[in-house]
Design a protein around this ligand. Structure first.
Ligand code: BES
Ligand code: MN
Ligand code: ZN
Length: 482
């Protein structure tokens, strides 16, 4: 898909050659003396198009307009949620005509947030997963042009959105692939493919190297599967070598059956999405390569399957993590924290300025926050503020959760330094408390994306979250300089 930006006066809209011209009409609409204004005025007078957010009117071959479809979309006061809904509904209304060129027009100068949300909503609505279909239709949409009274801040938001969309679509692609088409080795290949892009390098470790590093917790999860594990180290270099990097860690369980503590059959297929944290790290690197911000970023992905077999780790087994801490594996389905803890220890070798892990970690987080906000844990106030802000400005929000030491009580055991599970209550928090033991002294944050990384039901599919949030956070770090 190609994105274009083209400031246009309202009078010029009528002659815009495109398959679909979407016009966002806001509360403050004042008709002018141009063809599009006249049409809007007319349909409003007739009651066909009300001044109510979410209203859509698709007009086929309107008189005096070069576009094949003119789609009017009401955005009310123009808030992010309204714009997202309007953008999605507008595209859905013309999707079956398989448009190639689409022009999106704001009548008033839009906020940066509105631009971001509008473009990402259009990309989202026009995306469909095709990789494992035998005869998939090609994506019809080739060109998206943003137009209207656009200022300088709009240009920045446009560039951000284009990069974010590339990252989001990469994250969706790998999230959606079934586990037999997204093995740890294939995830590693996808990471390696990113090294064609400027500033990105990649190193991939296999079972031998991981054993040599002493990653006993990660190995314990991988040992039940015939697919060999991979530990992926991505680096983006946008600043001087001596500049301390931000380290991102993404959970890369390509299939989570639960292991010996096996999950029930219903919806177990959705555990192919248990590598969405890893996919979001790949997506962020795609976006960084696009925008080339001045900072250094390391991406770590511990990737393996969690399966039951004669070689699987068993409830009660005690394993030794890379940090030296011993862990009693009371539940083999709490495998995410086992692969992440060794990656967090590995992160220390980069002397990072901050570490942030991203994981589809707990069903408890889905219960707590649903599909709207990701669970967010953080040991540092400034980092916390930056991430919360990034979540809002990327329209990819998260919500702060506590890290009181009292929550770690349940992780105590007589047989190792720590157990991998506590009781049922506060499950998202006790998981975070487990990770915190391995996080090091620098600021650390953890995003539990179990509720936000994919949708279930008829709209089943990866969302590409939290690529937008992560990208905005990293850009804010780059902006602050060093
Ligand atoms: N990948 C799952 C978390 C998950 C479950 C995400 C359902 C989305 C939907 C994770 O590995 C897991 O199984 N967690 C357990 C932890 C428990 C054993 C303490 C869970 O949440 O049930
Ligand atoms: Mn699990
Ligand atoms: Zn899992």
């Amino acid at each position: 898909m190609n994105f274009h930006i083209k400031p246009l006066q309202r009078q010029a809209l009528a002659s815009e050659k495109t398959d679909v011209l979407i016009v966002f009409v806001d509360d403050a609409f004042e008709p002018a003396q141009d063809a599009v204004s006249r049409i809007i005025h007319k349909v409003m007078e007739a009651g066909d198009f009300q001044a109510k957010s979410g209203q859509i009117l698709d007009i086929f071959r309107p008189e005096g307009i070069a576009a094949t479809h003119l789609v009017l979309a009401q955005i009310g006061p123009g808030g992010a949620t309204d714009v997202k809904k309007a953008g999605t509904a507008a595209f859905v209304s013309v999707k079956s005509s398989r448009p190639k060129r689409l022009t999106l027009c704001f009548l008033q100068k839009p906020s940066a947030l509105a631009v971001r949300v509008a473009l990402t909503a259009l990309a989202d609505a026009s995306y469909s997963y095709t990789t494992t279909k035998s005869n998939p239709p090609e994506r019809s949409l080739r060109d998206i042009t943003l137009t209207g009274p656009l200022g300088k801040s709009v240009r920045g938001a446009f560039d951000w959105a284009v990069a974010a969309i590339m990252g989001i679509e990469l994250a969706k692609e790998w999230g959606n692939r079934p586990a037999n088409h997204a093995t740890p080795a294939l995830i590693a290949q996808a990471a390696r493919a990113l090294t064609k892009l400027s500033g990105v390098t990649c190193q991939v470790l296999g079972p031998k190297e991981v054993a040599r590093l002493g990653m006993g917790a990660f190995q314990a999860v991988a040992q039940g599967s015939d697919q060999p594990l991979r530990f992926i180290v991505l680096q983006y270099a946008g600043a001087a070598k001596a500049t301390a990097p931000v380290v991102l860690v993404g959970k890369g369980i390509t299939f989570d059956s639960g292991g010996i503590s096996i999950k029930p059959a219903a919806e177990m297929d959705e555990m192919k999405f248990d590598m969405c944290g890893a996919a979001s790290v790949l997506g962020v690197f795609r976006a960084l390569a696009q925008l080339q911000p001045a900072l250094n970023v390391v991406g770590l992905i511990p990737s393996c399957e969690n399966l039951p077999s004669g070689r699987s780790v068993k409830p009660g087994d005690v394993v030794t993590s890379m940090s030296g801490q011993t862990i009693e594996v009371l539940n083999t389905d709490a495998e995410g924290r086992l692969v992440l803890c060794d990656a967090l220890t590995y992160a220390q070798r980069f002397k990072p300025r901050a570490v942030l892990d991203v994981a589809t970690l707990t069903g408890a987080c889905v219960v707590a926050l649903g599909a709207v906000r990701s669970g967010f844990f953080c040991t540092d106030e400034a980092m916390s503020a930056a991430l919360l802000k990034a979540g809002e400005s990327a329209h990819d929000p998260c919500w702060p959760m506590p890290l009181d030491d009292d929550y770690a009580e349940g992780l105590k055991t007589s047989f190792a330094d720590v157990a991998n599970v506590a009781g049922r209550s506060g499950g998202a928090i006790t998981a975070a408390k487990f990770l915190q033991r391995f996080a090091g002294k620098q600021p650390w944050a953890h995003l539990d994306i179990a509720g936000t990384a994919w949708k279930s039901g008829t709209a089943k599919g990866a969302t590409g979250r939290p690529v937008g949030l992560l990208l905005d956070y990293l850009l804010s770090v780059a902006d602050r300089g060093h």
